[in-house]
Write a protein that binds this ligand. Sequence first.
Ligand SMILES: [Zn+2]
Length: 260
Amino acid sequence: MRMTFLLAASAVALAACGGAAEDTATTTEPAGGEVEAASWTYENPGDWGTVHDEYATCATGTVQSPINLVRADATDSEDVSLEINWAEGPMTIDGVGYNSNLVAPEGGYIMLEGERYDFVQAHLHMPSEYTIEGEQPAGDIHFVHANEAGELAVIGVFLAEGDANEALAAAFEEFNTDEGTRTLEGITFDPSAVLPATRSFFRFPGSLTTPPCSEGVNWVFMSEPVTISAEQIAMYTDLYGNTARPVQPTGDRQILFVGG
Ligand SMILES: [Zn+2]
């Protein structure tokens, strides 16, 4: 496995994973327009599949996210290539009301198994949506990417309580429940600074973790966490409360593990 950090120059299209349904990639957006985010809540995740026809996959899907990651159940693989080529840029927050997305600095992308996916946005969930060995860290962050066909690849990183996360400090200060995009004057977002030093990861098929729970999402989840402080956790949860879908059955999908 090889990972590099380069600057790249290309435009990215807006899409989302755990963001508002209206931001999801074109392949997951229902014909006829936007889905109203207000039609589902984190208080009734078991009902998502029935509150709207377009959300049926939340109940009927077979490779739903999030899941519990278990190292002993994963198959070691040396065949998964991942290059992360994110750029730095002005920190821009896209509020969706119940959460906030960090807009990807222009030009960032990953190469996953030879396919290019442009970095679109990152967002947090608290507590963590994914669990590991049955443990639920304080949060996780999802870096959402889309290829030209609109297919998604998401890199997840656990957020464990500990030292304050400096790379996200300004974002925590600016999160609110407003909708819309705002760029923070003089603040740079360096997404690579949010990655753990050890780059071991799980690789598996999954879904969006918010309605419409569309499948076909290529998940990469780092096995090692980064930290956020108790204060940062409170800054987020005081605004948004719980933003985690409960873990879903792993089923018979294959989970690969790639050592860093
Ligand atoms: Zn998410």
